[in-house]
Design a protein around this ligand. Structure first.
Ligand code: GAR
Length: 212
């Protein structure tokens, strides 16, 4: 039986798309059973609807500062759809312990940096400003502290001379789309993701490759 995954988004939804494509494989251990957006205009909602996945828009603004009320609405929706695991995929709102603790060990996030480097926003610009040679993305379990839960998987990319922010972001995003489904699968199947034996010391983190 595939595990029922709920995906929370706020925007474009390209990682959602990667999860939907991966979940279409009969042997993938999860199905995307619900997509929730806090932003009514999120492009990812149309992507999900086109794939026949139920969508819900739960805007946070009507709740003002009452984060618990908004998170209760999310929780009620997840329960109504019998969701077993939650994937944050570009969900750009901080969650409080109210929701995080209910999903401890069952809520994943993808972040566009090699955590613990560059938590928060503008990761690509900050990586360029810091002059790092390697950048990448991380899938981690969500805890109450922002972008700091246990790391499940990472993929690295080189920072090339003259990279613009958008060039670096695109290189990282291509890895995100491979990493998130792989990390979700490994988490469900209870397999740790580790660099392949023999990975070179110069670039010890794996770069994932698309299936041929
Ligand atoms: C992705 O790069 C994701 O890693 C990032 O937002 C983007 C969403 O793109 N998430 C965060 O920064 C969370 N801290 P998408 O909507 O196309 O998947």
């Amino acid at each position: 039986m595939k595990r029922r995954v709920g995906v929370l988004i706020s925007g474009r939804g390209s990682n959602l798309g990667a999860l939907i494509r991966a979940a279409a494989a009969p042997d993938f251990p999860a199905s995307v059973a619900l997509v929730v957006s806090n932003e009514p205009a999120a492009a990812g909602l149309a992507l999900a609807a086109a794939a026949g996945i139920p969508t819900r828009t739960l805007p946070h603004r009507p709740h003002g500062r009452d984060r618990a009320a908004h998170e209760q609405a999310i929780q009620d929706t997840l329960e109504a759809h019998a969701i077993e695991l939650v994937c944050l995929a570009g969900y750009m709102r901080r969650l409080t312990p109210f929701l995080v603790e209910r999903w401890a060990g069952r809520m994943l996030n993808i972040h566009p940096s090699l955590l613990p480097a560059f938590p928060g926003l503008d990761t690509h610009a900050r990586a360029l400003a810091a002059g790092v040679a390697l950048h990448g993305c991380t899938v981690h379990l969500v805890t109450a502290e922002l972008d700091s839960g246990p790391i499940l998987a990472q993929a690295a990319v080189p920072v090339l001379p003259g990279d613009s922010e958008s060039e670096l972001a695109a290189r990282v995003l291509a890895q995100e789309h491979l990493l998130y489904p792989a990390a979700l699968r490994a988490h469900i199947e209870d397999r740790a993701m580790r660099p392949a034996p023999g990975a070179s010391l110069a670039n010890p983190l794996p770069q994932l490759r698309s299936e041929p």
